[in-house]
Ligand binder design. Structure first.
Ligand code: SF4
Length: 225
């Protein structure tokens, strides 16, 4: 596997929402947008300015920073990465000083509960943090900024979620290597799905989802929350 076919971090959320939806996009190259997707894109427009950086009083902010992890075979773009000068932080060669690092992902929605980062958001943020830790040899902190409440929520269960990310990426890689779209799930999520019109979940036979694959990461995630 080369860097060119590492799993894209922004596709993890599609797989978590519905593996079949992810397969339609990534394997069959189909794409549908609904109002929820459009609103999400608008939030990201504010931060998607590649390589834009700011410096003020020991705070260095990188926006749309490309990241990767060779260990986890993932790659993506972090909305915002803050480097804060701090003697207790790690030495960052590119900035020639010691810094702590905060990764911030922007989302249009609101947290599931006060101060608790949502399921798919947690996984996406964990994947980004794994990349930053590997790239800068550091233990970073991670936050999700929820536009609807106008504040950040901190991710508190990073260590536990690393295994969840590993298992999800492993599953996605197997589907990609086999060129196989995961089966239809036909759950309540279908009502808000942008692929409902082309997937037509009720008109097709619901295939038994491979229980080993399904539960390997879902049960693990439940234990960490
Ligand atoms: S309509 Fe339902 S089964 Fe089909 S892709 Fe969307 S969520 Fe998955």
């Amino acid at each position: 596997m080369t860097e060119n076919n590492y799993i894209a971090i922004n596709t993890l959320q599609h797989y978590i929402f519905c593996p079949h939806q992810w397969g339609l996009m990534e394997i069959e190259q189909q794409w549908c947008e609904n109002i929820f997707v459009v609103l999400g894109n608008l939030v990201h427009e504010k931060v998607d300015k590649p390589f834009l950086t700011e410096n003020r009083n020991g705070l260095h902010i990188s926006r749309s920073l490309p990241v990767y992890s060779h260990k986890y075979k993932i790659q993506g773009v972090c909305d915002v990465v803050e480097f804060i000068k701090n003697k207790k932080g790690a030495y960052i060669k590119q900035l020639e000083d010691n810094y702590i690092i905060k990764v911030v992902e922007y989302k249009r929605g609101k947290p599931k509960e006060f101060n608790q980062v949502n399921y798919a958001d947690s996984i996406q943020l964990t994947a980004q943090m794994l990349c930053i830790n590997e790239m800068f040899n550091i233990n970073c902190e991670g936050f999700v900024y929820y536009a609807s409440i106008g504040r950040r929520c901190k991710l508190n269960n990073f260590n536990e979620l690393t295994n969840v990310v590993f298992n999800i990426v492993e599953e996605m890689t197997k589907f990609l290597q086999n060129n196989t779209v995961p089966p239809i799930t036909n759950t309540s999520r279908c009502n808000g799905c942008s692929f409902k019109e082309i997937c037509i979940p009720n008109a097709k036979t619901k295939l038994p989802f491979n229980s080993l694959i399904k539960h390997s990461w879902e049960e693990q995630f439940e234990k960490t929350t």
